[in-house]
Design a protein around this ligand. Structure first.
Ligand code: SF4
Length: 85
């Protein structure tokens, strides 16, 4: 069984979510392998914090097509849009 890293408090494995109009973007840090693809390809949305975890840059809106490309490239399969109900 894979050992889980200790994560900062927050939603879903310490990930942080940000709301858009109809859905929110979420990172599940318990699955993140810290490959940095998201930060390299979309630094205006993703960054590494002082604890060396990926987090979302605060914004009122995010470029959906760019983020969808990152979701497909994410090696940890840990970035997703969550539909708001
Ligand atoms: S692309 Fe996915 S696995 Fe890689 S650092 Fe970003 S969130 Fe983590």
């Amino acid at each position: 069984m894979q050992e889980r890293r200790k994560l900062p408090t927050g939603v879903r494995g310490g990930g942080r979510s940000v709301n858009t109009m109809q859905k929110k973007l979420e990172i599940d840090l318990s699955e993140c392998v810290l490959c940095d693809i998201c930060v390299e390809l979309c630094p205006h949305v993703f960054r590494k914090n002082d604890a060396n975890y990926i987090e979302l840059v605060e914004s009122d809106s995010y470029p959906e097509e760019d983020i969808n490309d990152i979701i497909r490239s994410c090696r940890g399969h840990c970035i997703e849009w969550i539909e708001e109900t």
